[in-house]
Write a protein that binds this ligand. Sequence first.
Ligand code: CP
Length: 331
Amino acid sequence: MSAPSNLDRAESVGRPLREEPRPATRLRARHLLGIADLSAEEILLILDTAEAMKEIGARPIKKVPTLRGRTVVNLFFEPSTRTRTSFEIAEKRLSADTLGIAVGTSSVVKGETLADTALNLEAMAPDMIVIRHGSSGAPHLLSRICRSRIINAGDGMHEHPTQALLDAFTIRAHKGRIAGLKIAIVGDLLHSRVLRSNVLLLKRLGADVWVCGPPTLMLPGIEQFGVHATTSIDEALADADVVMMLRIQLERMQGGFFPSLREYFNVFGLTAERARRAKADAIIMHPGPMNRGVEIASDVADGPYSVILEQVANGVAVRMAVLYLLEGSVA
Ligand code: CP
């Protein structure tokens, strides 16, 4: 006799059947605006797809025809090394036609608005626009007025979804999972879009997230997201599986948030001695760019437990996965 099915069991106790979560096979939204819009299943779909994309990057000829005939505009209003370059490499590996708009030499400097800039680019019929902007919500505005698919490459202090996805990909590569890991995120919490996207993603996948920074750089209400908040780096690092250091964002600070950079390093900087409070096999992460000697000591950043350059490498595979799932997997 065969074992009773879930349906049999549910009927036998007179309760409606509760559906098991099913693996996602596609993304529901047309755009990638933030981690807030992704279910756990969609996040896992992106990470699994990125595994396949990573394999393409290991081939002698790192190119597939998936996005042949599609045009992607990279519109960066803020400086970027890692995100802009890895999006461009990802687009080229998928055979898209790519275009980088140098905002400093565009008509933005003559006062053209973001909306007008986007609508004029749209008139040339791109399929996707990757945007980084200093204002929170800029990609959301574009998603309302543009026909193209919009990818958020960092908006103000709001979200940086592809950074959180590549961070999760890197953690999973080392630890095999996200659920149940103690993950300490230390630094300038207040100004960090990386923090916001990581908290949403890591909590959605079941991590035990600790955030730490000086009281002046703490994010009010962060505990509502189910994270532990502390001003003690020793408490945050104790037995952590993953240590993620965040950059002090001096360009977003007006006024003194701490007495001096030296003082900040003394209290919150990740030194080799402090890193020993974490688990023996803990990995050290940083989204970049790093302020060496401010939030992280050079010997830790370059040390054996650092996965900082792996994060950068994984950014290409993760962005290929996002581009593919948004544009390449639809007719
Ligand atoms: N991590 C990150 O967003 O780096 P860039 O500013 O160089 O893109």
